[in-house]
Design a protein around this ligand. Structure first.
Ligand code: ZN
Length: 193
């Protein structure tokens, strides 16, 4: 698909030919470009500014039975194959985070609850982003912006297990997730506040 974005700094038009989807198993190189965000960034040939271009994109990983659809506007919730996890994400940052969560073998519903619990522990209302897990004990790392810097917070895997337990004891929460669901803190706010 051809796009003609304008540079955020100098306004020059640029022409980009970009894929609309990736099969993560068939195209591991393209998957890495999506996971790193590189696919969505372009450097202006006139002034050298790095720009972010958000465009409709389908991320399909048949090995994880996962479909992520990047769209800034609401989507109809059909078209997710049986047995698949389908998610809509609204930004490149959310897309990258979801890929990291599912690549780590984690469940994103549980992870959103971990973020909620961690914010309460920190006594801060900050947008936590999952970065990865570390070591044999699976400690999770999140980032959040504070005073113009990115802060890191490490959370023990016991928190994930506790949150998974809470969701198991409240099965209606998971049962309510259908189609291409948006799973984020706003979604979680229906159940926990
Ligand atoms: Zn420029």
């Amino acid at each position: 698909m051809e796009y003609r974005p304008h540079c955020s700094r100098c306004g020059a038009e640029h022409r980009l030919d970009l894929p609309q989807s990736v099969n993560a198993v068939a195209s591991p190189e393209l998957k890495e470009k999506v996971r790193s965000g590189e696919l969505f960034t372009w450097t202006c040939p006139h002034c050298g500014t790095a720009n972010l271009l958000t465009f409709p994109f389908l991320y399909h990983d048949p090995s994880e039975h996962l479909m992520l659809v990047l769209s800034e506007t609401p989507l109809k919730a059909d078209g997710v194959p049986e047995g698949y996890v389908g998610r809509q994400v609204r930004s490149v940052g959310e897309l990258v985070e979801k890929i990291k969560i599912f690549d780590a073998g984690l469940d994103d519903l549980t992870l959103e609850l971990c973020k909620f619990v961690t914010c309460q522990e920190l006594k801060k209302d900050v947008p936590l982003k999952f970065v990865g897990t570390d070591g044999a004990d699976g400690e999770m790392t999140f980032t959040y912006p504070e005073k113009g810097q990115m802060e890191l917070v490490a959370v023990g895997f016991n928190v994930y297990e506790d949150c998974a337990g809470i969701l198991r004891r409240n099965p209606r929460i998971r049962a309510s997730v259908q189609g291409l669901a948006v799973i984020d803190q706003a979604w979680l706010g229906q159940y926990f506040r």
